[in-house]
Write a protein that binds this ligand. Structure first.
Ligand SMILES: NC(=O)c1ccc[n+]([C@@H]2O[C@H](COP(=O)([O-])OP(=O)(O)OC[C@H]3O[C@@H](n4cnc5c(N)ncnc54)[C@H](O)[C@@H]3O)[C@@H](O)[C@H]2O)c1
Length: 361
């Protein structure tokens, strides 16, 4: 199979590309605009493969998309390209509307034009897999909002959409477009909605890599509000396997929720990272001493948690990492990959952090 992966230079996209090249016989066309979040260095281990090709293209550019479809003749699309950082969507929503909504629309139209011209066998086999987030569902009751002993609800595939941030609203819009292109035009689409990912090659504006690197640099570890927000953490390589399972064996028109069964409060995540660093690279005092509390993000969702039983029952996928095993691997990866870290830090990441994270330093 030839798979067109959009956003393949990003955090999750690069894990998908590495998984396909290393663990399958399939070929990948990585289509990525290379925004501040796109980093080809994350693909250094697989870029030499003759089953890998790269196209620097914006998903909003229809002519370029048509050229790529015609040149590479993919059998499937895995659509991950997006603006993905909630804080950035609050300070500058325009890029989120452009890439996540207009870009997904443009890609759907290019895919539809290409798919409609395929011969019947290839047309039947074609898949458009849209990768989305659990944030489209809004937030769930927090344990401190329910009576003791009361079961806490989880997001299922039928939970109504109620996005809170410009990021999640733009992703929700793109999910609706994909659903409509299935119903109206018959495009063979599948949607997945996943919980928070963590792991190697994560751009250090997101909580886990930010905390690891700030801790090692002796900087403050910023915690939003009380740090009691709950996320369901999934190791990125487990997500990459799940996505490949869905694009190869998922049922057209279905949605699959993907999660790690790892509900953790943000503060507990930061404590775990500090304790691991205390063990692996001890210093005088504890890394926990660097924790500082900053004003909460506006509209901050309090709890996300995924019911991933459909993935397990119907597609036989389960995460392989527990949070404890995955976070240890992640901390060790950042310690072992200083060159990647230094290159990211010397790029636009630093400028943006300087402008936007003044309160957090
Ligand atoms: N990170 C998470 O925890 C998480 C969880 C669930 C779902 N998702 C979804 O998974 C996908 C990937 O997330 P990520 O964390 O890897 O994101 P990321 O920000 O690390 O990577 C996004 C990639 O998309 C590329 N890109 C951005 N705009 C583009 C455009 N207009 N045209 C072409 N390429 C463009 C960037 O260059 C980058 O390589 C996103 O759709 C996101 O909504 C992320």
């Amino acid at each position: 199979m030839k798979i067109l992966v959009t956003g393949g230079a990003g955090f999750i996209g690069s894990a998908v590309v590495r998984h396909i090249i290393r663990d399958t016989q399939d070929a990948v066309i990585n289509l990525d605009k290379l925004t501040y979040a796109g980093n080809l260095e994350s693909l250094a281990d697989v870029a030499a493969s003759d089953r890998y090709a790269f196209e620097q293209v914006d998903i909003c550019n229809r002519a370029e998309l048509d050229r790529v479809f015609a040149a590479h003749q993919p059998d499937a699309v895995m659509h991950l390209a997006a603006e993905s950082h909630v804080d950035r969507s609050i300070t500058g929503p325009a890029d989120f509307i452009e890439t996540n909504i207009v870009g997904t629309y443009t890609l759907l139209e290019a895919a539809r034009a290409y798919w409609s011209e395929l011969d019947e066998t290839r047309k039947q086999a074609f898949r458009f897999h849209h990768i989305s987030t659990d944030e489209v569902y809004g937030d769930l009751p927090h344990p401190d909002e329910v009576s003791t002993g009361e079961a806490l609800p989880l997001f299922t595939e039928t939970t109504p959409y109620a996005p809170s941030s410009p990021y999640s609203a733009s992703k929700a819009s793109s999910d609706h477009l994909v659903r409509a292109w299935r119903r109206t035009y018959g495009l063979p689409t599948i949607v997945t909605n996943c919980s928070n990912n963590y792991g190697p090659y994560h751009f250090p504006e997101k909580l886990i890599p930010l905390v690891i690197l700030n801790a090692l640099d002796g900087k403050a570890l910023p915690i939003y509000g009380k740090g009691d927000q709950i996320r369901d953490w999934l190791y990125v390589e487990d997500h990459a396997r799940a996505l490949y399972t869905v694009v190869t064996t998922g049922v057209i028109g279905e949605t699959y929720n993907i999660g790690g069964h790892n509900e953790k409060q943000n503060l507990d995540v930061v404590h775990t990272i500090c304790d691991l660093l205390d063990e692996i690279v001890p210093k005088e005092g504890s890394y926990r001493d660097q924790i500082t509390y900053v004003t909460d993000r506006p509209g901050h969702d309090r709890r996300y948690a995924i019911d991933a039983s459909k993935m397990s029952h119907e597609l036989n996928w389960q995460p392989q990492e527990t949070f404890e095993s995955g976070i240890r691997k992640t901390v060790q990866w950042y310690l072992d990959n200083q060159q990647w870290v230094n290159n990211v830090k010397s790029g636009s990441y630093q400028d943006w952090i300087a402008q936007n994270y003044q309160g957090r330093k």
